[in-house]
Design a protein around this ligand. Structure first.
Ligand code: 5GP
Ligand code: ZN
Length: 120
């Protein structure tokens, strides 16, 4: 189900252009508009879910398989020294966009970032 006023629905389904690293029938992976580090990416399911609690179980399973593939590719391509996976649920946890997304944040030695509870 698509939410009319949800920006990530529009991006995930290609109604708003984005820098897309990967897409398939279930997901689009895009570059974050306000990157915490070089190559900061977001995995967006095409189907709307506000957060992890609403995400269908099969999508939840697939998202981590995709995260593993993307993390591997990104590390090869960017030559980063590490990579954080962050996923915020609820305002109190730093969620600013209410469409489930998973952050893939390449890390570099001395990149000046610390613990990224809220990379946005
Ligand atoms: P949250 O804080 O909800 O976990 O993360 C939201 C992320 O989405 C932030 O890192 C923010 O920079 C990113 N973001 C917000 N709006 C847009 C947008 O329109 N396009 C892209 N590519 N990223 C966005
Ligand atoms: Zn949405």
């Amino acid at each position: 189900m698509k939410k009319e006023d949800c920006i990530f629905c529009k991006i995930a389904n290609g109604e708003i252009p984005s820098k897309t690293l990967y897409e398939d029938g279930d997901f689009r992976v895009i570059l974050d508009l306000g990157p915490a580090t070089r190559g900061h990416a977001l995995i967006l399911p095409r189907e709307h879910a506000d957060n992890l609690y609403e995400l269908p179980e099969d999508t939840a399973a697939k998202v981590f398989v995709l995260a593993k593939k993307m993390a591997t590719k990104m590390t090869e391509k960017l030559h980063c020294d590490g990579l954080n996976i962050v996923q915020n649920n609820g305002e109190a946890a730093g969620q600013t966009v209410r469409h489930f997304h998973m952050h893939l944040i390449p890390r570099y030695e001395n990149d000046g970032q610390h613990i990224l509870w809220n990379p946005g």
